[in-house]
Design a protein around this ligand. Structure first.
Ligand SMILES: [Zn+2]
Length: 89
């Protein structure tokens, strides 16, 4: 392939990673920057799919954890109310 910037033939591109800032659409995502090995021009940016998968997994885990602690609090309240009701009889 030829570099569109310097026009020299290059065997490939250097992948520089792992962190690419994407401050326009959201938080930082891990990714790679494709760089011409001759002139160091940035030819493209790609996001690391495994990093996205990890972020989704982390978010799901945090969501489930927050939900279950909420459910536990609700369950505790129900048990305490039941105990109070039973105790007053
Ligand atoms: Zn180049």
């Amino acid at each position: 392939m030829k570099c569109p910037k310097c026009g020299r033939t290059i065997p490939g591109v250097d992948m520089i990673g792992p962190t690419v800032g994407n401050q326009v659409v959201g938080p930082l995502l891990d990714g790679y920057v494709a760089v011409c090995p001759r002139c160091r021009s940035i030819l493209g940016v790609t996001v690391d799919p495994s990093a996205i998968a990890q972020q989704v997994t982390d978010a799901m885990g945090a969501l489930i954890a927050s939900q279950s602690s909420h459910l536990l609090a609700q369950l505790r309240t129900t048990i305490e109310e039941a105990a109070r009701t039973t105790g007053s009889k």
